[in-house]
Design a protein around this ligand. Structure first.
Ligand code: COA
Length: 253
């Protein structure tokens, strides 16, 4: 699987989204590869920290839209496994984001412990614009992070937001030039990897204790609605319009 590169060194698993020609949009096979890597890292005492990164020009354009049309998620879809694995990953997880982070490209960051972004990062959650609803627990986590009204701008209007806004609302930790993002994420991973593992894991678990069960339940609830909406005409129109490089026509919906 060359669309996902994994590399483990000095206790750090680095997962690189590597489908740049398609803006790192995520296919079922890519979700499976990331889930496999994170599950193996969870079980492997040698791995102490994981980093998810894209390319200096693009983090991820979200779910592959062709895949959405061909195979809308159902209960055993790779995307659902991915959401469950990433949201319950017990070791420290770092996100390194440059360029666009669309849909799940942004919502997966809600499950990272530290996020570093390039000044070219642009976050967007265009679920409603696609006739869909939020996923990855974002309908639960985003209003709690940024407040209802700002979450509504992101989730209902689908307005993109900049790295500065992401920093201000607490979605990311720091903004640096794009060429420095991966190195910064790696340096922070090295700092974490040098700390006592049991303390890191216990601390992360305690920090997330209250939200663990509601987030897991919300991920399941969202994906059931999302899967249903994907099969409905508004989403089909939006996604087909993207594939056909035209504006969607929602006048009938
Ligand atoms: N699924 C499938 N293919 C995608 C994709 C996606 N989510 N996002 C981009 N691509 C493909 C394009 O179809 C295009 O393929 P082609 O070269 O074979 O025509 C290629 O990636 C480049 O995309 P393009 O739109 O030309 O790049 P851009 O730099 O102008 O814009 C984005 C980049 C990320 C802003 C834009 O691609 C985009 O908005 N993508 C869709 C995001 C989205 O709605 N995701 C779903 C969220 S739920």
């Amino acid at each position: 699987m060359t669309d996902i590169l994994t590399h483990t060194e000095d206790g750090i698993l680095t997962i690189t989204l590597n489908r740049v020609a398609k803006k790192n949009s995520l296919t079922a096979a890519m979700y499976t590869a990331i889930s496999d890597a994170l599950e193996a890292a969870q079980a492997d005492p040698v791995v102490r920290v994981a980093v998810v990164q894209g390319h200096e020009t693009i983090f991820s354009a979200g779910n592959d839209i062709g895949d959405f049309l061909k195979a809308p998620p159902s209960a055993d879809s790779p995307v659902i496994r991915f959401l469950r694995v990433i949201s319950s990953f017990p070791k420290p997880l770092i996100g390194a984001v440059c360029g666009a982070a669309v849909g799940v490209g942004t919502t997966l960051l809600l499950h990272c412990d530290l996020v570093y972004a390039g000044d070219n990062a642009a976050f967007s959650l265009p679920f409603v614009n696609l006739g869909l609803c939020p996923e990855a627990g974002s309908s639960y986590l985003l209003p709690r992070l940024m407040g209802h009204q700002r979450a509504a701008e992101a989730l209902l209007l689908g307005d993109p937001f900049t790295a500065e806004t992401a920093l201000e609302v607490g979605l990311i930790n720091r903004i640096v030039p794009p060429a420095e993002v991966h190195a910064l994420a790696h340096r922070q991973a090295q700092r974490l990897a040098a700390k006592p593992m049991a303390s890191l894991v216990a601390s992360k678990r305690l920090m997330k204790q209250e939200q663990a069960a509601p987030v897991a339940a919300r991920i399941d609830e969202e994906i059931a609605i999302f899967g249903r909406m994907l099969r409905e005409p508004a989403a089909k129109e939006a996604l087909t319009a993207f594939m056909e490089n035209r504006r969607p026509d929602f006048s009938a919906f």
